[in-house]
Design a protein around this ligand. Structure first.
Ligand code: GRG
Length: 301
């Protein structure tokens, strides 16, 4: 049942997205950045995207009754880091893609050198932006969040996953545990960081943090399964990026491993596990997180 003044998931997400987009726009208004570099950074950062990670940060902060101002700064930092990873992932030395977020990839417009720098710029600026804001918050939870983001974005997290993924493309992937490692780090870690960052903005207990971390792992896996299904059978117009890339790169995916129908069944069972985790710790008091599970499993972009 929905109360009259309760927002639907779509309405709430739109509100979060508007806050994030406006804050990202403001964050990029810096006269001290060289014009071409700033243009290349803004080109990818302000090009849309689902904003699922920063929405999760604000959504979890709201559930925990946390400090929204802190969550917005962290959410923007996370989206900058995510965007850098997309720019670098699209480069010819990695996935070599022409289309991202419905427009030509960064290196197609600005050239490879500026695209590398736009990614580097977004990564370092994300930490400058979050840390400068931290000076006024002076809150230990806020710094714990930044440390979590750094860990999960870096050499023990997303970068590690991407490195193993590249190695797997040439040497092949030995077994399912190697594939799990890649997905856990390349895809799930940034989702977990986004969720925990929101949690650190409020007084979240260690038991709740453990539950949120495990939930993040489940939606990370779910995100990857749906990504593999969309790459095999999605609409490139809706996705805003090319499809059948996994085939081109001979990648082992949930679809190549199990076929589409079994991959869909696996997605349903992972979604049910995510719901169960939430219910055991939060009961029904985290509607936004249950709705996020449904959003990911039903997504067409
Ligand atoms: C270059 C260090 C480095 C890492 C790259 C982003 C990434 C890691 C790889 C992209 C390949 C891929 C399909 C990963 C699976 C999940 C993922 C990160 C998808 C893209 O994120 P979305 O769908 O994109 O949230 P939008 O544009 O909506 O933000």
């Amino acid at each position: 049942m929905m109360f009259k003044d309760e927002l639907t998931y779509r309405e709430l997400n739109n509100r979060y997205r508007n806050i994030i987009n406006a804050s990202l726009g403001e964050a990029m208004m810096r006269p001290d950045m060289p014009e071409t570099l700033a243009q290349a950074m803004k080109y990818s950062l302000l090009a849309g995207g689902k904003r699922i990670r920063p929405c999760l940060t604000i959504g979890v902060c709201d559930i925990m009754g946390g400090n929204r101002k802190m969550a917005i700064k962290l959410a923007c930092g996370i989206e900058m880091i995510h965007t850098y990873s997309l720019i670098h992932d699209d480069l010819p030395c990695m996935d070599d893609d022409d289309l991202r977020r419905g427009q030509p990839t960064n290196h197609k417009v600005f050239g490879e050198g500026q695209a590398v720098l736009a990614g580097d710029g977004l990564l370092t600026y994300a930490f400058q932006y979050m840390l400068e804001a931290g000076l006024s918050f002076n809150n230990s939870g806020y710094y714990r969040a930044i440390a979590e983001i750094a860990k999960r974005a870096g050499v023990c997290g997303m970068v590690a996953g991407q490195s193993m993924d590249l190695i797997g493309e040439t040497k092949g992937i030995k077994d399912e545990s190697e594939l799990k490692y890649i997905h856990q780090h390349k895809t799930a870690d940034m989702l977990i960081a986004s969720i925990l960052a929101g949690a650190f903005c409020g007084s979240t207990t260690e038991v709740q943090l453990k539950c949120l971390e495990a939930y993040g792992g489940k939606i990370g896996m779910l995100f990857q399964i749906t990504d593999d299904i969309l790459d095999a059978s999605g609409d490139p117009k809706l996705l805003g990026k090319s499809v059948h890339k996994d085939d081109e790169h001979n990648k082992l995916t949930y679809v190549t491993m199990y076929g589409i129908e079994k991959a869909k069944k696996l997605a349903e069972s992972v979604a049910a596990e995510a719901d169960r985790l939430l219910f055991n710790t939060f009961g029904e008091n985290c509607k936004y997180l249950y709705d996020t599970v449904r959003y990911i499993i039903n997504r067409s972009c």
